[in-house]
Write a protein that binds this ligand. Structure first.
Ligand code: NAI
Length: 211
């Protein structure tokens, strides 16, 4: 399947398709037309067809798409047919909430280790994973085939730990720290700033008020 040159906009829509298709599959729906999917997801049918055409169209025949096939293929494109090993750096409110969230595992994201610098947290049990001192992280990453690190720490320290993690094989960072990270080519950073989403909401509230 040719996937070269697919825009990030298309890629960023795939998880939403995957989520809706997963729900349809769980409800026992076997086929769905682009029109029905479009009504369900509130996007145009032509947008759906255009997005899917980037991947060869997923063989829509007669009445619509095969839900299970589409779900499986989009999962493969997203790399969800393989599991990923994660470490969480920072076992505060956010780190603990993420470590306790079971649904990541359903998608193949396995939390293998949680690390912090606060000795009061060492040994704290988060769904069977004990918080470890940050000093252990490099050895842990080397031995456990860790490909993703989630940074739930303040910005001080985030740059240093990122350098260490990528040096020892981490390929992607989910960054909650409020700092831009520089990483070598081939390493991916996904920044999450919940306050940016709130600011977007704020803009839109103001915008619609004026209409
Ligand atoms: P928190 O204070 O509850 O937890 C932070 C934890 O990180 C503490 O346990 C602390 O000991 C640990 N820590 C500090 N420096 C560290 C280092 N270098 N290595 C390992 N552990 C270290 O804070 P919370 O609420 O969990 O938030 C975590 C960070 O994420 C905060 O800095 C906050 O600003 C940021 N944040 C970002 C959001 C976003 O949308 N990007 C949303 C909420 C928080």
């Amino acid at each position: 399947m040719e996937e070269k040159g697919i825009s990030q906009a298309v890629i960023s829509r795939l998880p939403r398709y995957y989520r809706y298709l997963g729900e349809l599959k769980d409800e026992g729906v076997e086929r769905i037309s682009s029109q029905e999917l479009s009504e369900l997801m509130n996007v145009t049918a032509s947008q759906i067809r255009q997005d899917f055409n980037n991947f060869g169209g997923f063989g829509q025949q007669g009445y619509g798409y095969n839900v299970n096939y589409l779900y499986t293929e989009i999962g493969k494109i997203l790399g969800l047919d393989k599991s990923h090993h994660l470490v969480i750096i920072g076992a505060g409110n956010l780190g603990q909430a993420l470590a306790n969230y079971v649904n990541f595992e359903r998608r193949g994201f396995i939390v293998k280790g949680v690390f912090d610098i606060n000795p009061d947290l060492f040994g704290k049990d988060l769904r069977g994973i004990k918080v470890q001192p940050l000093d252990n992280v490099v050895e842990f990453v080397k031995q456990n085939n860790i490909d993703i690190a989630v940074l739930t720490i303040p910005k001080n320290g985030a740059v240093d730990i990122t350098q260490q993690l990528v040096k020892y094989g981490v390929k992607a960072i989910l960054n909650f720290a409020h700092v831009d990270l520089e990483v070598p080519e081939g390493v991916i950073v996904e920044n999450v700033h919940l306050s940016d989403s709130l600011m977007k909401l704020s803009y839109n509230i103001n915008h619609y008020k004026k209409k």
